[in-house]
Design a protein around this ligand. Sequence first.
Ligand code: BGC
Length: 687
Amino acid sequence: MTERQDSFRNQGLQVGARVEDLLSRLTTDEKLKLCEGKNFALTRPIERLGIPSLGLTDGPHGVGPHGTSWKRNTFFSCGILMGATWNPAILEEFGAAVARECRACGRHVQLGPGMNIMRSPLCGRNFEYLSEDPYLAKKLAPATIRGLQSQRIAACAKHYACNNQETWRMSVSAEVGERALREIYLPAFEASVRDGDVWTFMCCYNKVNGVYGAENRDLITKRLRDEWGFKGFEMSDWGATVPASSTEACVNAGLSLDMHVTVQKPFIKMSFRKLRKAFAAGKFTEEVLNENVRRLLRVMFLVGLFDDPATLPKGERNTPEHQALARKLASDGMVLLKNDKSILPLDAGKVKRIAVLGPNARKRTALRHALDVLNLMGFGGSSQVMPPHEVTPAEGIGERCAGRIEIVESADVADVAIVFAGLNHAPGGDSEGFDRKRLELPGKQVDLINDTAAKNPNTVVVLVSGSPVSMEGWVDKVPAVLEAWYGGMEAGRAIADILFGDVNPSGKLPVTFPKQLSDSPAHASGSKRMWPGENGKVHYDEGIFVGYRHFDKHGIEPLFPFGHGLSYTTFEYGDVKASKPRIAAGESLTVSVDVKNVGTRAGAEVVQLYVQDVEASVERPPKELKGFCKVFLEPGEQRTVTMDVGTEDLSFYDEREGRWVAEPGKFVLHVGSSSRDIRGSAEIQLA
Ligand code: BGC
C-alpha cells in the first residue's frame, strides 16, 4: 500500500484532509451510490475502497428496534417531557446515554432530537418535540446534541422545517412569513448548528412556502449552509423525495442522502439510477455532487467509521445506570399542574388504601415484541423503542405500596383515588402520521373522573399524554392533577416517586394548555385555511403569535400557562436587578434575583426571564422567554440566580430591512415562576 492510499485511514490527519483524500478516490458512480440509502437504516457501502455503511437508528426517545435488528434498548421519556424539564444538563446526560446504546448496536447516527414548534395542541407528533417556544427549544436541542456527539455519535436535527402537523404531511405547504420563520420556527434548528455543531439534518416531508423540504435550496443551502455555517450533511426524511419535483432539484438544493423504506425505493428521486441519468444529462455538476458527498464523508469520519474501534468511545446498552437515568429524567419533566390543599405528596405513613383507576393505569406504551413493529403507528410511530421492560403506572404504585398500602379497585373504599387518564399512541392520539381531532379526553374518561371525584374527595388525576388536553367539566372537581407525559420504561416508578414525594416535582409546561381549542392561535379563526389547511396550503396567519404570545396578546386566560408547574415546597423571589440600567447595541447585562426555598422540602425551581419591548415600530409579543435557570435548593437555602441578556434578546426580525433589529428605548425584564406568575421586573434602556 502506498502512503497516499493510506492517508484517509490515518487517524493522525485532520478530518478535512482525510475527507478530501477519500473523496478524490471515489468514481462518479461511487459518489452517486453514496447518496442513496441501501435500506431503512444503512447507507450503501463501497467495497472497493472499504467504505462501510453508515448506520442510522431512530430517535428521539432511545434507540429504536427497527434498524437495529430488533434490539431491546433503554426507552427514555418522550420529547415533550424533555422540554418540560427545562434542564439542559439532564438532556446532555440523556444524549450521551443514547449515544452509548447506539454505538453498542453498531450504529452511528441517532435520528433526533425532534425540534418542531408546537403550533397546535392537536399535532400528532407534539409528544416528540420540545416546546411551543423557540427560546426553550433552542436551549434544549443543542444540549441533547452535545451529549450524543460527545460519544462520537451523530445527532440529527429534524424535521427541517415547519413539519408542524401530520395531516397531509406529504403534500401540504406551510405558508409562513419570514418573520415567523426567523423568530419562531427556525431558531432551534439554527442553534443546533451554531451552539450544538450538529452533524446531520433531516428534511421535512411538507413544503415550506411552496417548496418541499427535500428540494428546498433556500432552507438547505442558503440558510443552513451559507448563513448558519452547517458543516454536516442533510438527509431526506424517509421517502420525502418521492413527491419532490426532480432528482436534480434535490441534489442542487443540497440534499446529500435519500433515505426510504423498501416499498418507496422505486419512487425516490435520488436512487442511483435516477442520479446517474440526471448527471449524464448535465442536470447537476460534479462540483455540487462533491459538496454533498464531502459532507456525508465528513460525518463518517467524525463517527469513527475509519478509525481503530479501540480508540472510539465505548458502547453499552440497558445498563442499570441508563435505566436509572430514564427514571430520573422522567420525574424531572413531570409537571404538577394543580395541588389544592397540598393533597400531594401522599403520606405513605397515613394512607391505607389507594384506588388505581383509569385507562392508562395498566397500559404499556412501548413495543413489546418485534411483531408490534408491523403496527408502528399504533405505538406512536418511528420514535418507538422496544425496552427490556416497562413499568406501568399501576406497577410503579404497586411496587411503592407493597406490604404497606392496599391497592383497591373502588374509589369509595379508598383513602385516595388516582385516575390515570389521558391519551395514547393510537392514530388520532399522540401518533406520527395523524393529528388529533379534538382536545377533549377520549372515551368515557370525563365520566370516570367525575364519578370517582363524587365518590372520593381525594381524587388525583394523572395524565399520560404527549400534548395538551382539555379539562373542561372536570378539573374543578379534583384537587390534584399531575401531567406525567409518556415517561418511558420507568414511567410507573417515576410517577410513584412524585406522588409519594420521594422526588419533588420540578417540571414546567413547555406548552400552553388552553381551556378550549378555539383559544389556540391556529384554531382561533376556526377556518380550515389555518388548520389543517385547504387547497394544499396551511396558512400561518397568526405569524409570530404562537403559544403564549397569542394568549398574552389577546388577554386569553389559559387553563395552565406556559412555564407553569408546582412544587411541594415554596420559593420566594427577591428583587429583580439589572446589572446596568442601560446598554448599547452589542452589549449585554446580567439580571439577578435571589431565590429562596422557604418550605420544608428540597426542590428545584425554574426561574424564567421574559423580555417586554415597551414601544416598537412593529407589533411585538407582550413578553418573550429569553432566559431560564433551573436551580436546586435545600430547605432554607437561598441562591442568587443570574441570567444574561444581550441585545439579540431584545431584537425582532425586521422584514422591511431583512435583518434583526433592536430598537432603542425602554424594555422590561420580567422574572417569574411561570409566564403568568411574574415575581418581579427591572426596567432597562437600550441606547
Ligand atoms: C419520520 C422520521 C423518522 C424516519 C425513520 C419518518 O417517517 O418522520 O422522524 O426518523 O421516519 O424512521
